[in-house]
Design a binder for this molecule. Structure first.
Ligand SMILES: Nc1ncnc2c1ncn2[C@@H]1O[C@H](COP(=O)(O)OP(=O)(O)OP(=O)(O)O)[C@@H](O)[C@H]1O
Ligand SMILES: [Mg+2]
Length: 262
């Protein structure tokens, strides 16, 4: 095991990443020999300066790199012990288990309700009671229910940016994935909406495994159960709890956390 890998109880890890390398076709080595265990029912934060490979890693976890210009992808990503990087992985099924929320909310040009039921209907669920339950549950979990419950049939594009971002989170939650990937989900939000998203993440981890790329070190420190510091494709340091923000072991982590670069 590489020195920077964290040995924990692998039985507790929802995802086990082993010796992962990713290179884009222009030669960029965006991930270099990454090994990390993602514990179940925790918020694991991936943080570090631009270009570190955080988004690349999230994309590997639900195989979005299949659509990108990748020339080399090796190593293993075990989800509940099964390697998702093999050709026999059902990618559609994988993306139902591992949902992703992006930095910019992209709502579908439909009503608020339809944004939430669409994916379920595609999956064959037609039962009205079941669909209504999913709408309320997912909006509650995304801390948006109180704000939109009286206008579920309004166009989703008519709500504020912060509400749209929570709707995108709710859309992922409606499908009840096992893992939620969030790539700077609050980067475009005001502090109040940001606080609401952070609050809902804390509640969600009882049911889901959450992997968050935060938009700042401060957000990383507020939200992390475990934190991993990425620098230029390398996993510099990974530690449970908030230790990395108070007592980092690597000088590069310390410099970044204390704002000396980045
Ligand atoms: N599709 C792509 N083709 C070629 N190079 C890419 C591609 N996507 C990312 N890269 C490169 O891979 C490296 C890691 O990028 P990535 O977006 O994963 O980093 P990041 O940590 O998410 O950065 P940021 O904080 O800016 O979002 C960078 O050098 C980036 O330019
Ligand atoms: Mg990124």
């Amino acid at each position: 095991m590489p020195a920077n890998a964290v040995s924990g109880d692998p039985m507790m890890n929802k995802i086990e990443i082993k010796n992962l390398n990713l290179r884009y076709s222009d030669g960029t080595e965006s991930l270099r020999n990454i090994s990390i265990g993602i514990p179940q029912n925790k918020i694991t934060v991936l943080f570090g300066p631009a270009g570190g490979g955080k988004s690349s890693l999230l994309r590997v976890l639900n195989r979005l790199n299949d659509l990108a210009d990748v020339t080399l992808l090796d190593g293993e990503v075990l989800l509940d012990g099964e390697n998702i990087l093999t050709p026999k992985t059902d990618v559609i099924q994988l993306r139902r288990r591992v949902g992703m929320v992006f930095a910019r909310p992209v709502v579908l040009p439909m009503s608020i309700r339809q944004n939430l039921t669409y994916g379920l209907e595609v999956a064959g669920i037609r039962n009205k009671v079941q669909l209504n339950e999913a709408v309320e549950r997912s909006l509650q979990q995304a801390a948006l229910w109180d704000e939109v419950k009286d206008r579920l049939d309004d166009p989703a594009g008519a709500i504020s940016g912060g509400q749209q971002q929570r709707l995108c989170l709710a859309r992922v939650l409606a499908l009840e994935p096992e893992v939620i990937l969030l790539d700077e989900p609050t980067s475009g939000l005001d502090p109040i909406s940001t606080g609401k998203v952070e609050e809902s993440l804390q509640a969600l981890k009882t049911q889901y495994t959450v992997i968050l790329v935060p938009h700042s070190v401060q957000q990383a420190a507020r939200t992390a159960d475990h934190a991993a510091f990425f620098l230029q494709g390398e996993l510099v340091e990974f530690a449970p709890g908030k230790d990395i923000f108070t007592t980092p072991h690597d000088q590069r982590t310390a410099d970044y956390v204390e704002g000396r670069f980045g």
